[in-house]
Design a protein around this ligand. Structure first.
Ligand code: 5AD
Ligand code: SF4
Length: 484
């Protein structure tokens, strides 16, 4: 459903009646209630209430924030960038401790702002809120926060916000898990021409270092019909590229009433007329099927890029990480992919400093990097997450050892990446023009199918269009180019 259609429904709601029990109608009712409240408060202030949504973490969270912004806009808030808005929301991440610490830092700042601006509301949501220790700390030391909710009940945002608006106490609602997926809620989009689309939620893999399965719950797939309907509506609205989002897209559809594989879903999406590019993340190497490789090979729309997190090269460590593949199996898979789809761009996630990682283990990781030759790699230092099996493991690696390995790994990754990028210098490629260059307004920035960026001279009206560009000069991780 489009925002306009939802708006029309909300216009006709009798807010003095009882709230419906069914979703999403119940949320529409609360959106109408919130809208009246925002109007009242804006009148009192003599200006429109402002809201700012600050997102930490992954694309999943970015997508959730778009849903929050969609609701805020419908109920009449003016969205601003600044952090001292009348309503400030932090959509948090907890995959590494750093993300966690940042939120507390921001809260410290907001406490001071709120002292001067008592009508200000502060809300926290996202992965970090699913941790008991965090909630205890917030209740004890951050009682100026007005609203806290988690990842499973984000669809109830309008209802929770209304409760918060009429209450002077902290509103807290955290669910342990859910099997509910609520469709047809409003959503804002950051870009007019590309969009993220959730295909599934949660993760069942329980890699031993990872907190995601604990904070995002069990795997739930959206109905393929709902996904297709959403993408068709996006395309009708000008979107040419979609990024299908899931913690482990390869297990998409397994638990649906009528099971369907991820490869089959991709084939259905491919048929959508007007859609030009399809991306997805993240596939788990343990169950990447030959069927998927075949579909990618034959597709005209799936981008020439696969992000395939390896995490580590040592089979011994991979076992303790509960990744369910060995170094050999991973390399074999990569060979099959490269054989079927020559020239595919491969990227990965690598984690260093997992408990017990030896110099030999690390060498195995370097060996994988050299053998696969990734176009780029996200490298992370292991961060201990309370509640995960790895947090209990002995032999946590000293920081200086990890840092030293990190630097060696980075050098290797960057050297290979630069070599691969150089290979495409001089070629002409199709790019999606994503915007005007941040540093030079004369230049446009486009994204290649393999996910790299190219900057080139061109007219503003090309933004959102596909264009052919010659990659005239390789600059390491991006190109300078000229429009053909
Ligand atoms: N410490 C460091 N990195 C982590 N990741 C997941 N959990 C942790 C952790 N505890 C990394 C993995 C994953 C990426 C999204 O984040 O590499 O692929
Ligand atoms: Fe975490 Fe592993 Fe699930 Fe990825 S697949 S979210 S690393 S548990």
């Amino acid at each position: 459903m489009t925002t306009r259609e939802i708006e029309q429904i909300i216009d006709e709601i009798d807010i003095n009646g009882q709230p419906p029990a069914k979703e999403p109608e119940r949320q529409y009712y609360y959106m109408a209630k919130c809208r009246q409240q925002v109007e009242k408060e804006s009148e009192k202030l003599g200006r429109t209430l402002t809201a700012s949504v600050n997102t930490f973490g992954c694309q999943m969270n970015a997508r959730d924030s778009e849903k929050i912004v969609g609701i805020l806009e419908i109920i009449g808030y003016k969205i601003i960038e600044e952090e001292d808005a009348d309503f400030v929301i932090y959509n948090t991440c907890t995959v590494r401790e750093n993300a966690n610490l940042k939120v507390y830092g921001h809260l410290g700042y907001l406490k001071k702002v709120k002292k001067k601006k008592p009508h200000m509301r502060i809300a926290l949501c996202g992965c970090m809120m699913q941790e008991d220790v965090v909630i205890e700390k917030l209740q004890k030391s951050y009682n100026f926060v007005n609203l806290i909710f988690g990842t499973h009940n984000i669809f109830k945002f309008a209802e929770l916000l209304y409760t918060c608006m009429i209450s002077d106490r902290m509103v807290l609602d955290i669910w342990k898990d859910t099997n509910q997926i609520v469709e047809d809620l409003p959503s804002e989009r950051k870009y007019t021409f590309k969009a993220g689309v959730n295909i599934m939620f949660g993760c069942n893999n329980f890699c031993s270092y990872c907190i995601v399965p604990y904070v995002r719950g069990r795997e739930r797939s959206r109905n393929p019909k709902d996904i297709i309907k959403e993408i068709e509506a996006l395309v009708a609205d000008g979107v040419v590229e979609v990024m299908l989002l899931g913690q482990n897209v390869n297990s998409y559809g397994k638990n649906l009433e009528n099971p369907i594989s991820f490869a089959e879903l991709l084939q259905e999406i491919e048929k959508i007329e007007g859609l030009k590019r399809i991306r997805f993340m993240t596939p788990h190497p343990k169950d990447l099927s030959m069927e998927l490789i075949e579909v990618m090979k034959n597709s005209k729309k799936i981008c020439n890029h696969l992000h395939l997190p390896v995490q580590a090269g040592s089979s011994r460590l991979l076992k303790i990480m509960n990744r369910k593949y060995t170094k050999e199996q991973y390399l074999e898979l990569v060979d099959k992919i490269k054989e079927s789809i020559p020239g595919i761009s491969l990227t990965t996630d690598i984690m260093l400093g997992f408990p017990g990682e030896t110099e030999e283990d690390f060498e195995e990781t370097l060996d994988v990097v050299r053998k696969v030759r990734y176009d780029s790699a996200y490298t992370f230092i292991y961060s201990k997450r309370t509640g995960t099996p790895a947090a209990q493991m002995e032999n946590q690696i000293p920081e200086n050892v990890v840092k030293e390995r990190f630097n060696r790994l980075l050098k290797e990754v960057q050297a290979i990446s630069a070599e691969l990028t150089k290979e495409d210098e001089g070629t002409v490629q199709e790019v999606l023009v994503e915007g005007i260059n941040e540093h030079d307004a004369e230049l446009l920035t486009g994204r290649l199918s393999n996910n790299l960026l190219v900057h080139f001279r061109g007219e503003k009206n090309l933004v959102g269009e596909l264009a052919m560009v010659r990659l005239t000069e390789c600059k390491g991780f991006y190109y300078m180019g000229e429009l053909i």
